[in-house]
Write a protein that binds this ligand. Structure first.
Ligand SMILES: Cc1ncc(COP(=O)(O)O)c(C=O)c1O
Length: 366
């Protein structure tokens, strides 16, 4: 069996260190926010090359608070993509705003900047690109359009810890960057977690207020807020994991290079990161015809795969009231039908990668 993800192997690697830190956190009695969370915030802000990190309970909360702090509300429109996890869209709807989808670039599977201008209306307030699978969206044209048209850029960097675009880290190019520390993410908590990062002290302050019930001081609520605080134990875990994130990321990149070498010349779409981007391979997706059949055959051969994502958000039943339908986003819909995510993690060994590719060759006509 080659699992899709191996969190147990990762835990074994850091067990000694993390167990000490978690015990210490428990003995401290600081179960919500506290010094471990604050220390993690400092480390993660430095990692992203930004001034402020606001640690939260989930990546969804990070998107929600980022939009609220940026002043997005009812009647506003936010330009985003449908090729993402539903949380990106849900956060816009939580604010009472309307998500407006644009299609993705068929080479990178991220927001196609050429389609943004046509989607702008007098109600447009923000652009919300998603750094899908760990590859940053084409941020130069996106931030350029935003500057010219007076729009805010919020990055959904939930899958892109440590990714870079022309040497700039994910989360540092928009007004706010939003991260998830869901356990399977490149930097994962031992439960739920998330954070927003920014260089703007006012936005950071607003998000700190909103995550803690809008309290300026105890029981003094100056704005209606939320309970979006990070647990102390998660701060302790994530602080330890910061010591490993770069090595793990390089492990993922090495695994991706190995896949790339073995898949060269094969008839399947593969990640094609532009030379100026550092892809961090949260997901290693390929495009294959007859994807569902191939996935079943791989499963039978003991290889677990995933699909990120099989139904784009604009075609989900839950969001039918947005009024979108089949054919609205042809590139998104096409890749959704062909995407297949192969196992990728730093513990994945070269012989396992060779086995995945060999089984893929038997299962698919590539
Ligand atoms: C692109 C994207 N955005 C947002 C989220 C939401 O993060 P969380 O699950 O931590 O709420 C995820 C997590 O899966 C994601 O992949």
């Amino acid at each position: 069996m080659i699992p899709f993800l191996d969190l147990k192997a990762q835990y074994q690697q850091i067990k000694r260190e993390v167990d000490v830190e978690v015990s210490r956190a428990m003995e401290s009695g600081q179960f919500v926010l506290g010094p471990d969370v604050a220390a993690f915030e400092d480390r993660f802000a430095a990692y992203c090359n930004v001034e402020h990190c606001v640690a939260l309970n989930t990546g969804t909360s990070a998107l929600h608070l980022a939009l609220l702090a940026a002043g997005i509300g009812p009647g506003d429109e936010v330009i985003t993509v449908s090729m993402t996890f539903v949380a990106t869209t849900a956060a816009v709807l939580y604010c009472g705003a309307k998500p407006v989808f644009v299609d993705v670039d068929p080479r990178t599977w991220t927001m196609d900047p050429n389609l943004i201008e046509a989607a702008i209306t007098p109600r447009t307030k923000a652009i919300l690109p998603v750094h899908l699978h760990g590859l940053m969206a084409d941020m130069d044209p996106i931030t350029d359009i935003a500057r010219r048209r007076g729009l805010i850029v919020i990055e959904d960097a939930a899958q892109a810890h440590g990714a870079e675009y022309r040497g700039r880290r994910a989360g540092s190019m928009g007004s706010i960057g939003c991260f998830s520390y869901y356990p399977g993410k490149n930097l994962g908590a031992f439960g739920e977690g998330g954070a927003s990062v920014t260089n703007d002290p006012d936005l950071a302050q607003r998000m700190r207020l909103l995550r803690d019930w809008g309290q300026e001081s105890k029981y003094n609520h100056v704005v209606p807020g939320y309970n979006y605080r990070m647990d102390g134990i998660q701060g302790a875990v994530l602080k330890v994991k910061m010591n490993y994130i770069e090595a793990w990321t390089e492990g993922r990149r090495a695994a991706a290079s190995h896949y790339e070498r073995l898949l060269e010349g094969k008839r399947c779409g593969r990640p094609a990161p532009p030379a100026h981007c550092r892809h961090v391979y949260h997901v290693y997706a390929i495009e294959v015809p007859e994807r569902d059949k191939v996935q079943k055959a791989l499963q039978a051969a003991g290889i677990a795969t995933g699909i990120h994502y099989p139904i784009p958000v604009h075609l989900q039943k839950a969001y039918a009231n947005l009024g979108c339908g089949p054919g609205d986003l042809p590139v998104t819909e096409g890749v959704a039908s062909r995407f297949l995510s192969l196992p990728i993690y730093s513990e994945l060994r070269p012989e396992q990668i060779a086995e995945v590719v060999s089984q893929l060759e038997s299962a698919a006509n590539i």
